[in-house]
Unconditional design. Structure first.
Length: 248
């Protein structure tokens, strides 16, 4: 991750439509698990630690947030996020079977293509038998944007490719779906047409827009969360959600 992006995220993640909407979608996605009363949960790639705090508050999980970049951890430590550790998720400093669940959100995209395997294998190793993996990754190379370049995103996934990667590590996939789907046509026009026509420089897309626009952009994600909560799936989208389990 570009260290400069953490400051943008820290300013925006409480209010910005994307963060708020994706938290709502994640909540619906976690609701598909037959059991979510986890005691110890690792967040692999925690950034500022905001999501670890949110997950702890929402579900009562004891979170263990880790990240490679001190630039992100410094925000969490300043705001009192507990148990933050600076480490590489492909070489985790925890014993085998230490956790009931692992959450990793938009982190594997920062590995070079194929490099995500080491991190997924570590997630498998530190999970107890029966432990759950809750994963989100960015989708579709065609949606790579100036923001992707700014944030140092190195790859995107398709649903079949991330399912294959998770399965190769030994996980059994419970469910997988695209998400952030309703705004896909708008995103494609912006990234593939507007940004290329205007020859925009790489720049952060993380900022809170005007109140009315922030609310308007949040609405499609709220609709998606309801569909996912009812058991629906999306065949295409800007993100991919995966639930998987480590077999007994």
């Amino acid at each position: 991750m570009n260290p400069a992006e953490f400051q943008n995220i820290a300013r925006a993640e409480d209010e910005m439509w994307w963060f708020a909407g994706m938290r709502r979608i994640l909540d619906a996605w976690i609701g598909r698990l037959p059991e979510s009363s986890f005691e110890r949960v690792l967040e692999g790639g925690c950034g500022t630690g905001y999501m670890s705090n949110w997950l702890a508050g929402r579900y009562g999980w004891k979170m263990f947030p880790v990240d490679l970049d001190f630039a992100g951890l410094s925000f969490g430590r300043a705001s009192g996020v507990p148990r933050m550790v600076q480490t590489d998720i492909s070489r985790l400093p925890y014993a085998d079977g230490a956790f009931d669940a692992v959450v990793s959100l938009d982190v594997l995209v920062h590995f070079p293509r194929g490099g995500e395997a080491a991190a997924i294998e570590e997630f498998y190793r530190v999970l107890k038998p029966g432990g759950k993996l809750i994963l989100r990754v960015s989708a579709l190379d065609a949606l790579r944007s100036r923001h992707s370049i700014f944030a140092h995103e190195r790859q995107r996934f398709t649903r079949p490719r991330i399912i294959t990667a998770v399965g190769r590590a030994g996980f059994e996939v419970i469910d997988a779906s695209y998400a952030n789907s309703l705004l896909l046509p708008v995103a494609w026009l912006k990234f593939r047409v507007w940004e290329e026509l205007t020859q925009q420089e790489a720049q952060s897309g993380v900022e809170v827009p005007a109140g009315w626009l922030n609310s308007l952009l949040y609405c499609p994600l709220a609709i998606e969360s309801a569909w996912l909560r009812w058991g629906g799936r999306f065949g295409l989208g800007q993100s991919i959600l995966v639930l998987a389990t480590k077999p007994y």
